[in-house]
Each structure stands twice: as C-alpha cells, then as structure tokens.
Design a protein around this ligand. Structure first.
Ligand SMILES: [Zn+2]
Ligand SMILES: [Zn+2]
Length: 175
C-alpha cells in the first residue's frame, strides 16, 4: 500500500490506509474494495445486511462520536452509504477536494478543454483550475464545518473535528 493508497470501504465507508484494514479475497489476496470487517475470504461477513441496517449501525457510531442527533446521523450515513459500490451497484467517485459525490455529469468540474473532471466537483474546480486555488486545509475546515454543524444539528467544535478528520482523507488535503 503506497502513501496515496487510502481507499474507502465500498460497503461501510471506513477509510482503509493500512494493509490490515483491507478484506481478503477467496485466494487470500487483499480486496481492493472492502474492509476486513465487511469482507473476508471473498464474501461479505454479513451477506444479508441492508443499507438501512448498515446506516443504523454507522449512524449510531457517528451520533455518539460527534454528538449528532441519532436520526440525522442515520440519514446522513445512509446518504453516504448510497454512493458506495455495494449499495449503488457502482463506485461513485467523490470530489477529491470536498467529498461531494460525483453522481451525475452536472456535479463534475470541468477541465481547461471543457471535458468533465473525474476528480473534482463543479464547486471546487472549473476550466482546469480550483475555484479557490489558495484555500488551505484549515480554511477549508473553517468553511465546511459550519455547514456540517447546521446540516447535522451538532455542536460547532464537533463539526470542526469531524470535517478536519474527513478532509485529511481526501487527496487534495492529504499530507
Ligand atoms: Zn467495510
Ligand atoms: Zn468539491
């Protein structure tokens, strides 16, 4: 696993950065897509779990960790899960700057030649450039945390913590 090898488990959304985070295929090789909690020996550990059950589990964790009201945490978790390969049927790329899902063409940013970006959303990247090229990671945290706090009904300092942690997994802000 190289330094840029952070992947998101395409079943539960957990960031996977070390070899031991990855699940295993039937031949013993590492899974490219799924974590060790979700996927072992080529099969899902809980093969019948639904997205709603999964959202309840990860929502409860988020609710506790970041003081988010349970219902909001669950629905936020479900939105996030619905972009993952196990639930969407395909892997939906996330903007490598803000994390927004690039689900539709109009969500994608544009390259200098007008083609769609595969890495960034339309808010972050247009005509081959970042819309805010000088934005630092800390400024990005300050920009997104209040939105997150009001969207999820959580205390501001927990939102700051959550956004800082999340941005550190995105390629634009990785150190
Ligand atoms: Zn997983
Ligand atoms: Zn973006």
């Amino acid at each position: 696993m190289d330094a840029n090898g952070i992947r998101t488990c395409q079943s539960c959304g957990m960031p996977m950065s070390a070899e031991e985070h990855f699940g295993t295929e039937a031949d013993g090789g590492l899974s490219r897509d799924y974590c060790t909690y979700c996927y072992r020996n080529g099969a899902f550990t809980e093969s019948n779990i639904t997205i709603d059950e999964m959202a309840k589990i990860s929502g409860a964790m988020m609710s506790q960790l970041y003081a988010i009201p349970l219902e909001r945490a669950e629905s936020f978790s479900k939105d996030q899960l619905s972009c993952l390969k196990r639930w969407a049927g395909r892997e939906i790329p996330l903007c490598e700057s803000c994390g927004m899902p690039l689900a539709r063409d109009e969500d994608a940013g544009t390259e200098a030649d007008g083609s769609l970006s595969h890495a960034y959303c339309t808010y972050c990247y247009r005509d081959g450039r970042f819309t805010e090229p000088d934005l630092t990671r800390e400024q990005a945290v300050e920009k997104y945390a209040p939105m997150m706090a009001s969207h999820l009904g959580m205390p501001a300092e927990r939102a700051t913590e959550m956004v800082r942690q999340y941005l550190s997994t995105l390629p634009r802000w990785r150190e």
